[in-house]
Design a protein around this ligand. Structure first.
Ligand SMILES: [Zn+2]
Length: 77
């Protein structure tokens, strides 16, 4: 069986998922934004994105405004 699907890790729960099913973001100087093809990116899984506690943790970790981050994730999820 061929398994060439790229697998990436969610930075919150560290579970591994097919890249396509994850939400890809990057940090643009201080702001977390959708990945646009340049710079270093990271991935979030959809169950973490839906979990408010985890979003709070992420906002803290990246020093982001929770509401703004939630809005961004809402547009991507
Ligand atoms: Zn996760």
């Amino acid at each position: 069986m061929k398994n060439s699907q790229p697998i990436r890790m969610c930075i919150i729960c560290r579970s591994r998922h097919p890249q396509k099913s994850l939400i890809r973001l990057k940090q643009n100087s201080k702001e977390v934004v959708a990945f646009d093809g340049t710079g270093r990116s990271f991935y979030l899984c959809r169950s973490c994105v839906k979990d408010e506690k985890k979003r709070k943790g992420l906002a803290k970790r990246f020093k982001q405004d929770l509401e703004q981050l939630t809005r961004l994730l809402g547009t991507l999820a």
